[in-house]
Design a protein around this ligand. Sequence first.
Ligand code: TNX
Length: 523
Amino acid sequence: LTLLGLPAPTGPRAAQAPAAATMGSGLVPRPVLVQPDPAGGYPLTAQTAITTEAGSAEAARIGTGLAELLRPATGYPLAVRTAASAAAPADGIALLLTGADPSVGPEGYQLDVTATGVVIRAAQPQGLFNGVQTLRQLLPAPIESATVQPGPWTVPGGHIVDHPRYPYRGAMLDVARHFFTVAQVERHIDGLARYKINHLHLHLTDDQGWRIAVAGRPELTSIGGSTQVGGGPGGYYTQDDYRAIVAYAAAQNITVVPEVDLPGHINAALAATPELNCDGQAPPPYTGTDVGFSSLCLSTPAGRAAAEEFVDDVVGQLADLTPGPYLAIGGDEAHTTDPAQYADFMTWVQQDVARHGKTAAAWNQITGATLQPSTLVEDWDTTGDDPDLAAAAAAGTGLIMAPARFAYLDQKYTADTVLGQRWATPSGLEVRTAYDWDPDGYLQGAPASAVRGVEAPLWTETAATPQDLDHLSHPRLPALAELGWSPAAAHDFTDFARRIATHGPRWELLGIRYYRSPQIPWP
Ligand code: TNX
């Protein structure tokens, strides 16, 4: 079996140092333009230096990150220095904020590999970061090893010009059904950044747990944070923990979108806060997996007043903690909330988010309220038929596409895989299904211009460990990432499968417990 010019495996996969592949043969997401030049490969050596744009602290930080990335496997010192002039240095690796092809935009980059070096050019630091992710994938798989490997470390020669299809490429992580520690979330973030995902939507609250500390409301976390699905100990983030996650994500070009789910999916807060209940009685904590049974009390004046005070407090503190523009307010499955009270309250919540300087994001059902023009709606519908949302999109509402039957990472791969749910995809959501859909065309009647991007939600009713997250997201998350980044015209599952196959050995070296889908020709 020979794939992509790699030699047939003879020993343990992880120990191989294959010859350099053709430029582009292992890149996910697939770049806009790749022109291989077999004559131009650049071998990294102990003398290779990384030169970054003079005067840019961000370029210097990205260069330092690249050196740290390459050091363990190569063992090379890889000095990082700033450029003396705008001209590319004569050899080594250069990260420059000048001279990029004008088509690259704020997140794109140009990458040139010749016999003397690698030059990445971008208009903005985000573009340099994305170019570095590509460079990482251009190097042989053993670059991911934590210990020194023999090499050679040849970067295949050629020219790449690349930029994203959509500005928003997201992953949602549900830390409410099962809690994940800061370190576990950071490890998950590493996996997103490798595929140029630029938003992490953190589902911080649900019936089974409240995961973010709110000053002045200690019971939210001491009671509301003390449970999870199945009855484990739960957990929560202090505000400093949350800041640490936001900063860690930002260093990898990822904006955190915090979500507080309202007015349903709220049992953890109800259990911690008696006045949010119409009868003033806190219900017991919930550790099952039903949805749609809880609601803030909106039917009495006292309940509504308590709900507004609570939400304003939480939204205000989260807005202060969050540098990104979005604050997600849920809105889904409030089956026990009266529709008129839902509409009135969720209209108010959107305005409250705006008063705190943020843009609201919400799930489909928010169309039951009056939409603020800026509210971003995440479409999780399973049929492509949501006329209310399509009408909103036609009137200017922005959409993030996350249809459950294609984008839900919590769904089983096949009827036989152990982890995951089946409600959206009774026969399973294999990699090909996750890949073969068009975000622009999914929602009937919505203009393609409304689509701002894609998101892969990872609900965690059945996922309790980092290995579970790995399994559900690899390789489906890279499939979604390619839908979000690569041009529609480049969409081709067979080609994707060949490219992502080369990531299996990388994931093994990184300790990522991926699903070995039979649809992928793994080496
Ligand atoms: C529906 S999709 C939910 C979540 C569940 C998920 C399980 C959506 C907005 N809400 O509360 O976790 O199904 O697949």
